[in-house]
Design a protein. Structure first.
Length: 202
């Protein structure tokens, strides 16, 4: 049986269910799920709708991977913070589970923990189905995202990855990302990387 070619294409809102499914099942650390499925789905949808975001999916009859990033993380953060539906969803969760108030405070610290001077663009999420993880899909999606960002005039990109996510750390280093620092977010050790287009001309 001939395997169907894996296609990497620009994501659309029509892909939101597939992207959410991949996030929920295959993200190395799907921390947003502690706030509920509806919160995560709305969160991803808001990012996809925003003009400052980029998103690609890998498709093989069905979605087998996705990557989401932003050209300007400040604008994405503002978009998410001032979304009424996200706020109400979080408020309901907080009333039922007060610990979520502390968790949202942790989220608010993230931009400061990961701030790199003169860096606005960021890769936010990436996930690939386990059976496709040796097909270099993640590498291809990251490179496609970087190419888009470079064409948009971006000079630097950052990304934060769990320290114990060995495959992701190895891929980023191989592509040319530099480990800037180590941070602790939500009681998890993470590596903060940045990519400099001036030093990695394609």
């Amino acid at each position: 049986m001939v395997k169907k070619e894996i296609i990497i294409r620009v994501a659309s809102l029509a892909d939101i269910d597939g992207i959410f499914c991949l996030y929920k099942r295959y993200m190395f650390d799907p921390y947003l799920l502690t706030l509920g499925d509806n919160f995560v789905k709305r969160y991803l949808e808001k990012i996809l709708r925003n003009n400052n975001s980029i998103a690609f999916v890998a498709e093989n009859e069905e979605l087998v991977g996705f990557i989401v990033g932003t050209l300007d993380r400040k604008k994405i953060i503002c978009c998410l913070l001032f979304d009424f539906i996200l706020f109400i969803t979080w408020l309901k969760k907080t009333i039922i589970y007060p610990k979520h108030f502390l968790k949202i405070l942790e989220f608010l610290k993230y931009p400061f923990l990961t701030k790199i001077n003169n860096v606005k663009a960021e890769l936010l999420f990436i996930a690939v189905k386990p059976e496709f993880r040796n097909s270099k899909i993640a590498t291809a999606m990251i490179k496609r995202s970087l190419n888009y960002m470079q064409n948009a005039g971006i000079k630097h990109v950052e990304v934060t990855v769990m320290s114990n996510n060995v495959p992701a750390n190895n891929i980023l280093k191989k592509i040319g990302f530099i480990n800037k620092s180590k941070i602790n977010f939500l009681n998890k050790n993470m590596n903060l990387y940045y990519f400099d287009f001036l030093k990695n001309l394609s």
